[in-house]
Write a protein of this length. Structure first.
Length: 153
């Protein structure tokens, strides 16, 4: 994967890049990079993510005008629509990879998707407060747990 990222195959002209919207760039990028370098199922997933979750929110923005605050606002709107955190995190990953390539092509100075403040994913899941022994999942302590349960300890 690292080799694929270091040798991108997508190159748009500087003249078209200046007027290019996020939608136009992502459409070209997914066809030129993702179709060639990724597995078909991954390519299909990227394409679906771009068209369903990224383009409706920021597709109209000029690529060189995109900012972290615009991306944060888009993800907040997604959160308001009760999308699953994993869906939003996937959209952010796809956007970040695509914009990282735009940065490498010198279409933008930095990757605004990497500078967002919105935290996405499963970070808000609370950890299980019980130890494996307390859950009865420890195979070494199972017999002892059974004895304790029988004796009502």
């Amino acid at each position: 994967m690292k080799t694929k990222l270091q040798a991108p195959t997508f190159a748009a002209t500087v003249k078209t890049q200046r007027k290019q919207t996020v939608k136009e760039y992502l459409d070209e990028w997914v066809e030129s990079y993702a179709r060639v370098n990724l597995r078909p199922a991954t390519y299909d997933g990227y394409k679906r993510t771009i068209h369903n979750y990224i383009v409706p929110y920021i597709g109209h923005v000029a690529l060189n005008q995109l900012s972290p605050s615009m991306i944060d606002k888009a993800f907040q709107e997604m959160l308001d629509k009760s999308l699953k955190p994993g869906t939003e995190a996937g959209a952010k990953r796809v956007l970040s990879v695509a914009l990282n390539h735009a940065r490498k092509y010198r279409y933008m100075e930095s990757n605004p998707a990497r500078d967002t403040l919105t935290k996405l994913g499963k970070a808000d899941k609370t950890p299980d407060p019980y130890t494996p022994v307390q859950n009865g999942k420890c195979p070494l302590c199972w017999a002892a747990c059974m004895v304790c349960a029988a004796l009502n300890y």
